[in-house]
Design a protein around this ligand. Structure first.
Ligand code: SAM
Length: 283
């Protein structure tokens, strides 16, 4: 893994992960495929990578545009979501109050939450969107292995190109702490635009008040935007954008799930948009 020198991540976390993770399994996966060819299928030529995205994340140079970020992500993340990755991701699924027909998972990464969404709502059309083609390769591999029909798209969470009112549920897990505040608000505005009336947004991330009171935790993970995330309030941002029933619940102390509902304005709207995910991906 290309890890930055002299970072806290390098000095403290990397040695721990080196002992915990199955290095042979990671190497075997890395050598099992031609990553450049596989990632090409996801490369949307209309995507310009913003500067905020091309910084080092978790001590990895180039962040998620570095191939090593993709194949080392799952082996590490399984150890950093106490009390357990599956429990924390399931907490988001458990808080879905509707029976969504179309679901969009923003910043889906390697698809760990996306797969759970499809398993929970097998009839729903599920789309995962991410800016890293390498992360999308891993996500698609996992969906195929699990025999789950999920569409994965390469794009910006703040400007997806999907039609307005085209989703019943928009989710994002572990995305918002990686965004500068202005972009985070753009992603919330985009979510509002994409949701049909009565649709819900659910966001799983670090617990903002807890992060504010534990500055050392924010240093350790080498996240360029996490301090700004901690200073903000997703509740306030969702409310300002127009979501109703906004609430944030602490999950196992260090995580939070924030929920909001797009208000139903006037009478019930019947949206006639039935495009396929592939058509949406083309914008
Ligand atoms: C910490 S990972 C979380 C991945 C996944 N949601 C999970 O729960 O494991 C953050 C992901 O967000 C993606 N990302 C960051 N900024 C993005 C943006 N503006 N648009 C789309 N994806 C973005 C990154 O490429 C990365 O895969």
């Amino acid at each position: 893994m290309a890890v930055g020198k002299e970072t806290l991540f390098d000095r403290f976390l990397a040695p721990i992960f080196r002992n915990l993770i199955d290095r042979d399994a990671i190497d075997a996966y890395y050598h099992s495929r031609d990553w450049e060819t596989a990632s090409q299928q996801f490369c949307n030529p209309q995507v310009d990578y913003p500067d905020y995205y091309q910084q080092n994340f978790h001590g990895i140079q180039g962040g998620y545009l570095n191939l090593s970020a993709a194949f080392s992500y799952d082996p590490i993340v399984q150890y950093v979501l106490p009390p357990g990755e599956s429990i924390v991701r399931s907490a988001l699924i458990d808080r879905i109050t509707s029976q969504p027909r179309r679901i969009l998972d923003l910043g889906c990464g390697t698809g760990s939450t996306t797969l759970k969404l499809k398993q929970a709502f097998p009839q729903a059309e599920v789309v995962g969107l991410d800016l890293s083609p390498y992360m999308l390769v891993v996500a698609q591999d996992k969906a195929q292995t699990a025999n789950l029909d999920i569409s994965f798209c390469h794009g910006l969470a703040e400007a997806t190109g999907f039609p307005a009112h085209s989703f019943d549920l928009v989710t994002a897990s572990l995305l918002f702490h990686e965004l500068p505040p202005a972009i985070a608000r753009d992603v919330l505005r985009e979510s509002f635009r994409l949701l049909r009336s009565g649709g819900e947004v659910l966001i799983l991330d670090g617990n903002q008040p807890i992060l504010r009171s534990t500055p050392w935790l924010m240093e350790v993970f080498e996240e360029p935007h996490i301090k700004a995330f901690a200073q903000n309030s997703l509740d306030a941002d969702l409310s300002a954008i127009g979501f109703d029933n906004v609430e944030t619940e602490a999950i196992w102390l260090v995580h939070q799930i924030t929920r909001g509902v797009k208000p139903i304005v006037g009478r019930v709207q019947f949206e006639a948009i039935e495009p396929t995910a592939e058509a949406w991906a083309m914008g």
